[in-house]
Design a protein around this ligand. Sequence first.
Ligand code: FAD
Ligand code: NAD
Length: 476
Amino acid sequence: PEPQTEPDPTKKTLVILGTGWGSVSLLKKLDTENYNVIVISPRNYFLFTPLLPSCTTGTIEHRSIMEPIRTILRQKRASVKYYEAEASSIDPDRKVVKIFDNSDIRGATAETEVPYDMLVIGVGAENATFGIPGVRENSCFLKEIGDAQLIRKKIMDCVETAAFKDQSPEEIDRLLHMVVVGGGPTGVEFAGELQDFFDEDIRKLIPDISDRFRVTLIEALPNVLPSFSKQLIEYTESTFKEEKIDIMTKTMVKKVTEQTVEAEAIGPDGKKQKIVLPYGLLVWATGNAVRPVVKDLMARIPAQKDSRRGLAVNEYLVVQGTRDIWAVGDCAVAGYAPTAQVAGQEGNFLARLFNNMAKTETLEENIRELSSSLNLKPGNAAEISRAIEDQERQLRRIKDIKPFHYSHQGSLAYIGSDKAVADVSWFNGNFATGGNLTYLFWRSAYLSMCFSTRNRLLVCNDWVKSKLFGRDVSRE
Ligand code: FAD
Ligand code: NAD
């Protein structure tokens, strides 16, 4: 049967903000028949972020890692409303979310309010720039599909401009210098993909400039991939050396201009040194910052005044100092790293919690009705009492919901030239591995993590296509 489309006044309204890892994991497992569910997000698709670095060079085409939210919602038993909009503020006292349509085409109504009984905030995070001058104006980020498309276009623009007639050697060097700031997994994976693209495709197609291409990765800390084990950090650094990627550690970028990056490096003697690097493409990957809508809500809740990195939540992911508001993923501070793995598990947990809450309410209602019928039908007292006991037993079983517990499956990162690094949890231990076999493991793990069969097929197809025919270097 077609799902019911109008809200049911007897059910609570559950509003979910965002269509990322946290919110979509929740939606996938949520029994939508229990609530009037409304999803609000400016992005009408789910994005499989682990493969986003591969889209910057065309190893994978961007649409292969997008899954329309409408397709996901169509598979739910009860209909879910979706509004393509951004939440601009949340009023926890009036229990409303203010939303606005920030897309190119807007109707006469582009701003309105959505009331909620229960609210889940899964809006993720924005790019951190630490207020460093020139970053927003001159660099590319790597968080959304549009970012990957822009990088892909700019790489080819730099290459074609470097190959322009009578270009001076200094200008060729600048244009072909690709600088990545931030040695976390995003920066490392992107640098690896970039070097692959150059070695496997551009070098063959435009051999006359091939000696001049350089990738530099800048990291403020003493090493890259700080969250990985020491052995894998060393393996990554030595692989990058072989791939001819320059790593500059203990180097903090302080300023960015249209053509240069200015940084302060701490030398082996402990002395600070100013460095100026001319660049053609600059990719900024220095982690997460809190979104304005989350900052605004935090300012309204006294219990959040000491929280800096996002909404502090309790062990059931309830936003501290609120009722009926939960937070998942990168916008929540639950004591875990801001990863897809954590966001996904948090979303699954909330789905279980909400499914249980709805069942609890139904059972409690049944018990109330049975208890009142005890007085009306004294002849059936024994039978009714047995039914009450049965409902109470069921209630005790499901009411005992354990708090959220994150189970770490391991960390994986691609480092270029068909090699990956993995810190994998194995039974109660941990083991670290790197190399070509790990790359196969990386590929199969990510393939199995893809949300739909359609995406799996598309990603496989892209891998085969780029291996057989090379990446497409046309600049769109
Ligand atoms: P997101 O997935 O970022 O989703 C946020 C959603 O909220 C989006 O739909 C957005 O459009 C929407 N939104 C934004 N603002 C608003 C608003 N005002 N109102 C309503 N909706 C809004 N993690 C791993 O574990 N493994 C990996 O391999 C991995 N690779 C990564 C590679 C890259 C390049 C990047 C950038 C991240 C990677 N991560 C990885 C981290 C992972 O992507 C994040 O931790 C994860 O996306 C967080 O999920 P989320 O649901 O909190 O936010
Ligand atoms: P990150 O926070 O992990 O790393 C950012 C790095 O930038 C830090 O090492 C920091 O020291 C450095 N930095 C900050 N300011 C700097 C400056 N001015 N100059 C030079 N360096 C500076 O950020 P990320 O890599 O974007 O990752 C964000 C989250 O997403 C993390 O939790 C990460 O684990 C997750 N992620 C995971 C994967 C994966 O598992 N393969 C891939 C991408 C992202």
